[in-house]
Design a protein around this ligand. Sequence first.
Ligand SMILES: Cc1cc2nc3c(=O)[nH]c(=O)nc-3n(C[C@H](O)[C@H](O)[C@H](O)COP(=O)(O)OP(=O)(O)OC[C@H]3O[C@@H](n4cnc5c(N)ncnc54)[C@H](O)[C@@H]3O)c2cc1C
Length: 309
Amino acid sequence: MPEEKIVVIGSGCAGLTAAIYAARAGLNPLVIEGPQPGGQLTTTSHVENFPGFPENISGYELVMNMRQQAERFGARFLSEVVRKVAFTAQKKQMTCDGTTLLAKAVIIATGASARTLGIPGEKEFYGGKGVSTCATCDGVFYRHHEVIVIGGGDTACEDALFLTRFCSCVYLLHRRNQLRASKIMAERVTHHEKIRCLWSRIPLNILGKDHVESLQVQRVETQETELIPCRGIFLAIGHVPNTSLFQKILPLNDQGYLLGKGVETEIPGIFIAGDCADPHYRQAVTAAGMGCSAAIMAERYLSKLDYGN
Ligand SMILES: Cc1cc2nc3c(=O)[nH]c(=O)nc-3n(C[C@H](O)[C@H](O)[C@H](O)COP(=O)(O)OP(=O)(O)OC[C@H]3O[C@@H](n4cnc5c(N)ncnc54)[C@H](O)[C@@H]3O)c2cc1C
């Protein structure tokens, strides 16, 4: 089996940026695209915060530009999903459905997926029609509107506070009668004049015509249903990093994010980048930044292998 110099697992912002840098360093990288070619950004219509696009750009166009840029310098793409990995300092093997690959260095950029509720209307209105999983990305589109944040942890509180900068009213909807968030965050939220906490309610149905218009909820104690008018619904019920492949192979934190020293892991030659290793920011530009760092570190690692120091 021929050994690749460098394989990038994942084709989102992190993987594609790593591919651009590795390709420009003459490493002829192979990118395994995975189940979502282009990654999460392909699901959003407007990206307004990626530097260099003053008039905004669609997420799909942005990642396709990155892909073209990587291809221009010699990156290759494989339309496969990695099902199993075996990584040691000496050998890095990846098994896909149709092929098995070996590489001298590997960059893991498998991203993360936001948890969703699975209720009617959620898929229909996701990505530009009122349902969002990223307040930092989409909050600004709801200026002067009423929105609902669903969740009860620190992220839900942070999102609710952030949204008060733009929105006329932010409802924080939680299925319990108190927040799971830290005391300080809970206090900030409950005392904020623009935030109204809606306790002990379960979201049932997202309603609207072309865009979200309301959320139907059920009260836990009485089972009564009610309709809350809103323009936006922000899901803040957590993210799941796509890292199950690496369990027992690489260290993960208690939420499943890959742990490393920067972009390096404890296995020489295995590097990590993007949302799969970032529980804090989860932004396109930070993922791209980590992809760049991982490729530079991988290039240094490979040149040490070649020159022995
Ligand atoms: C709706 C939405 C809107 C957003 N808007 C913005 C925004 O406006 N601005 C912003 O900065 N950020 C935004 N984000 C966040 C941004 O999309 C992410 O931070 C960024 O995409 C992370 O890049 P990534 O490469 O780490 O992971 P991802 O984009 O998640 O890509 C992961 C890649 O890994 C691949 N993969 C997964 N498992 C495997 C496997 N087993 N084998 C091979 N490949 C695999 C997938 O196919 C995918 O290509 C948004 C996110 C969403 C969901």
